[in-house]
Design a protein around this ligand. Structure first.
Ligand code: ADP
Ligand code: ADP
Length: 236
């Protein structure tokens, strides 16, 4: 059964003659332990869909239903306070530009997420952060701040920060676009492991077809219309 359902989501921008639909009756299901890829040309509505599904941008119509401890909850029927609490508890986000805290070293980037969410404090937070850094191959870099890390290392820290609290949902916006392909592959392997081993539902937005071998489901968005596409193109 899906853990996150988008049901006939519609979102428009602008008013009057300038009114344009960025999403038109988009429905999709995300399943636990699966990584889904959302592809589509620039301006097709990918960022809008990611923001609506992750609880950041309210749709005009439709529902986002999330499994929260066995109960399906309508994310956009929650109060803002409930939604913030739900997002903090359930959702990890990986940004294209990494969004790391400049003053914190790699270990502290992860510790602070555990502290703020109330997951772990002190030595326990440090142990969980170090476990995750080890899995990401970042143990030798744990004392380095973002300015001292390469692009690939920064993105791995950002993935660690999204996964360390064991979220039900992870949203990744172009997580490989700032990286060379070798680092892009590492990032996709880590996200795939995050889904398969931790049971997270992961949605990756990208326009890089090379990510297809790393995902379980592939959705194509064009002019606000979504369709699921087969993973293996005909003739392969
Ligand atoms: P993508 O992420 O696929 O590039 P977006 O979701 O950013 O697509 O945009 C979808 C459509 O909505 C585009 O036509 C874009 O110009 C428009 N759009 C996005 N954000 C806004 C906004 N804040 N105001 C007006 N139009 C917007
Ligand atoms: P290099 O030869 O330096 O390894 P790559 O071909 O791996 O370069 O890619 C350089 C950059 O361009 C990377 O950030 C990669 O993600 C991006 N890129 C390459 N192909 C595509 C594509 N089809 N769509 C989107 N981004 C791409």
């Amino acid at each position: 059964t899906p853990t996150l359902k988008g049901v006939r989501l519609t979102r428009t921008y602008g008013d009057g003659a300038k009114r344009r639909a960025a999403l038109q009756h988009v429905s999709l299901d995300l399943f636990p332990g699966q990584i889904a890829l959302l592809m589509g040309p620039s301006g097709s509505g990918k960022s809008t869909l990611l923001a609506v599904l992750s609880g950041l941008l309210e749709p005009d119509e439709g529902q986002v239903l999330a499994d929260d401890g066995g109960e399906l909850r309508d994310v956009w029927a929650m109060t803002q306070k409930q939604r913030e609490e739900y997002r903090l508890r359930t959702t990890g986000f990986v940004f294209q530009g990494f969004n790391l805290f400049p003053a914190l070293n790699a270990r502290q980037q992860l510790e602070i997420v555990l502290n703020w969410g109330g997951y772990a404090h002190g030595g326990e937070a440090r142990r969980q952060a170090d476990d995750m850094l080890d899995r990401l191959g970042l143990t030798p870099n744990r004392h380095k701040k973002p300015a001292q890390l390469s692009g690939g290392e920064k993105q791995r820290v950002a993935i660690g920060r999204a996964l360390v609290k064991n979220p039900s949902f992870v949203f990744a916006d172009e997580p490989t676009s700032a990286l060379d392909w070798e680092n892009g592959q590492k990032v996709m392997e880590l996200l795939r492991d995050g889904a398969h081993e931790r049971g997270a539902s992961i949605l990756v937005v990208s326009h890089d077809h090379r990510l297809l071998p790393y995902v379980d489901v592939y959705y194509h968005l064009e002019d606000g219309h979504l369709e699921e596409r087969p993973l293996t193109p005909p003739g392969h």
